[in-house]
Design a protein around this ligand. Structure first.
Ligand code: GLA
Ligand code: ZN
Length: 681
């Protein structure tokens, strides 16, 4: 595994010179220098040009591009070009094309038209990667490998016959025997028992709901299949260029790709960030916090963001002035060590011709978008030595598990309204509004650095999770678990004996019934004592709960479980375990988050006015860098902690308080060390 060490924050974007004549390349080099570009991603969709006929490779143009970048001291994030196979491949290897759940085979003509288990696809992809690796191994421009592109973006699941065979192999490795598989999938139900491995199929279109165990395993298998494609390429690249870091651009909380299982195979986590103009700032913050957390807090990279408008929404408004800069600074504020764009030069034609780019159709360096990109490039260049490699230290974490996501959103009842990521978002939003730093981590991971853990909708408890949470609370941690948690094991089997099964002792409750609401239903949660005193509307879900050691902090006000617990607290060991049995208003979520932070001794980074986000990165020398991000359209005043700071963007010395312009950013370096940070690797 290569620990990436870059000398500067990464800045640049997807660069497709092979769509342009070489006089345009020279213009690009000049403009890149103006914009302080340090790295570009090249070759992402170039397979058809590199291999115009089977086994005939043309690298001359890519050689010239790589040489040009080296001459201009611009690093190449060299893509392996395997995301879009040449058209002749689908003629020669038609079974390589993916098949939908209803049996339709797709065709070429856009991109990503391959089945991840396709033997010919894998063979041809690895042959290409082998040649690329050998050819550019010692090239001075080669700085990072960009494997494929957005795995699973368009084809996240394939249901073809090749996948059926590969699925059986995957299942044999997982279960060894048909008996074990039959047990895991509970196939005595509806006469589904398998007597021959060959009878097992992908969960294709069938008359009624497919077997939930089979569907869950198919999500697992497909994430693994895409990962296997990544790993095939990664293995080649590691053996030929062991010193060059590897990445692929993830798609944030993308359900088909289990980010945690992928992260250990990546040297740097990169992802594509496309907030709409209406996406709230806290949601983008969450994307960064998840991406940063995938690799234990190591700096991540925004591989793509749009300089202004995109082209794939129904209507694509421009980003308003200042917002791209603010979003870029927010990325750094949450631990990123680079922000890149899709794309450098706007396409003249094709499916993305109206997607914005750094260099627009007028090719001018005087337009709004180019000037903003160039200005930001200058700022990043200036910030680079001060923040590169610094880390966020979070004491609060939210648990997230892709397997739970797959299972809880393919339920045979009780509700089709449960959305796992929405539940994570709701609790993140509350913590973010308090300016608390948050990591997003796996339930079985080491919790010892945290004081507060929130586990929303943890329907599936995989092995070790219950023990892990129990140990965390016993040692003094504060835990909040929310409704419909602790229901099934990793096979999606209900753990019998009363919900929430393995969490029952820890939470000190017994959930006798859960009661999903229709959109028309609601209830209220009443709390008599301060600090949460009040009555709050609640939606989505109710439960009938009995106390088994916990105390009720709040109760439902109506229906057949009126006056029964809705919010409980159980003292366990040296800590406290809370349980929330419904989805209350945001107001209660924020008040509850504040209470939990107080009890867990989790402090906000700073107090700030509404709409001003504050984060802190800590450097290896112990000095803190504060980012103050004004997401409002008015200037805002922020009171600073004790001490003197250098305002890095304007080199002023400040103390006491600062004013941040509308949509503005201030980055402050503390003059004294606040203590090093333990997780620095
Ligand atoms: C994705 C892809 C890019 C491009 C952009 C457009 O992120 O990786 O190739 O299509 O979307 O927004
Ligand atoms: Zn397939």
């Amino acid at each position: 595994m290569q620990q990436p060490s870059f000398h500067a924050l990464l800045y640049g974007g997807d660069y497709n010179p092979d769509q342009w004549t070489e006089d345009v390349w020279l213009a690009d080099m000049r403009l890149m220098k103006l914009a302080h570009v340090t790295m570009v991603s090249i070759n992402i969709f170039s397979w058809a040009l590199l291999e115009p006929q089977p086994g005939i490779y043309h690298f001359a143009q890519l050689d010239r591009i790589m040489n040009m970048l080296a001459q201009h001291d611009i690093a190449a994030d060299l893509a392996t070009a395997t995301a879009s196979p040449p058209t002749w491949m689908s003629r020669l290897y038609p079974t390589m094309l993916p098949v939908t759940r209803d049996g339709t085979r797709m065709t070429h003509g856009s991109r990503q038209h391959y089945c991840p288990n396709g033997r010919d696809y894998r063979r041809k992809a690895t042959a290409l990667v082998q040649r690329l690796a050998q050819r550019y191994a010692g090239h001075p421009a080669l700085s990072m490998w960009h494997i494929n592109n957005e795995y699973g973006c368009h084809v996240s699941q394939c249901y073809c016959d090749t996948c059926a065979v590969a699925f059986r192999v995957w299942l044999q490795q997982r279960y060894q025997t048909l008996d074990t598989l039959n047990y895991a999938w509970w196939t005595n139900f509806w006469s589904q028992r398998y007597y021959d491995w060959q009878d097992i199929l992908p969960p294709r279109l069938s008359p009624a709901q497919n077997n939930p165990g089979q569907v869950l395993d198919y999500w697992r298998f497909m994430s693994d299949s895409l990962l296997a494609c990544y790993r095939l390429e990664a293995d080649i690249l590691r053996s030929v260029t062991p010193h060059v870091p590897l990445t692929t651009n993830l798609m944030v909380a993308f359900k088909p790709v289990d980010g945690f299982s992928w992260a250990s195979h990546m040297d740097i986590i990169s992802f594509d960030m496309y907030p709409a103009n209406t996406t709230p700032a806290w949601e983008t913050a969450l994307s960064h916090d998840l991406m940063r957390s995938l690799k234990g807090g190591r700096p991540h990279l925004v591989m793509e963001q749009s300089p202004s408008q995109v082209n794939w929404m129904a209507q694509n408004p421009q980003k308003r002035p200042g917002h791209m800069r603010l979003q870029s600074m927010q990325a750094l504020a949450h631990g990123a060590d680079g922000v890149m764009f899709f794309q450098w030069r706007q396409s003249k034609a094709g499916a993305e011709m109206f997607h914005s780019a750094v260099v627009a159709h007028d090719s001018s360096e005087h337009g709004r978008i180019f000037r903003q990109v160039a200005q930001l490039g200058g700022e990043l260049h200036h910030l680079s030595p001060h923040i590169l490699g610094s880390r966020i230290n979070a004491q609060a974490a939210i648990l997230m598990d892709w397997h739970n996501w797959w299972a809880v959103e393919y339920l045979p009842g009780p509700s089709d309204r449960l959305r796992y990521w929405e539940q994570i978002k709701a609790h993140y939003h509350a913590l973010h509004s308090l300016q608390v730093a948050v990591d997003i981590i796996q339930p079985a991971s080491d919790l010892s650095q945290y004081r507060l853990i929130i586990a929303p909708l943890l329907y599936m408890l995989r092995p070790q999770v219950a023990n892990n949470l129990q140990h965390f609370v016993a040692q003094g941690g504060t835990l909040l678990v929310t409704f419909f948690s602790g229901i099934v094991d990793q096979n999606n089997h209900v753990v019998l004996g009363g919900y929430p099964a393995e969490l029952r002792t820890l939470l000190g409750i017994h959930v006798e019934e859960f009661d999903p609401f229709t959109p028309e239903m609601s209830n209220e949660l009443a709390i008599q004592e301060e600090p949460l005193q009040g009555t709050y509307p609640c939606t989505l879900w109710g439960e009938l709960i009995h106390l088994e050691g916990a105390q009720a902090l709040g109760v439902f006000t109506s229906d057949y479980y009126a006056n029964q617990p809705a919010l409980t607290m159980h003292s366990f060991g040296q800590g406290r375990a809370y349980y929330l049995a419904t989805q209350p208003s945001d107001e209660l979520l924020v008040r509850l988050a504040r209470l939990l932070c107080q009890q867990a001794n989790v402090a906000p980074v700073l107090q700030s006015p509404e709409g001003v986000e504050v984060t802190k990165r800590v450097r290896a020398d112990g000095r803190a860098v504060y980012f103050l991000l004004n997401h409002t359209e008015q200037a805002q005043q922020v009171t600073l902690p004790m001490g003197c700071f250098t305002s890095l963007l304007d080199e002023k010395r400040v103390e006491g308080s600062v004013e941040i312009a509308a949509v503005g950013v201030i980055v402050l370096l503390s003059e004294t060390a606040e203590g090093g940070f333990e997780q620095y690797l």
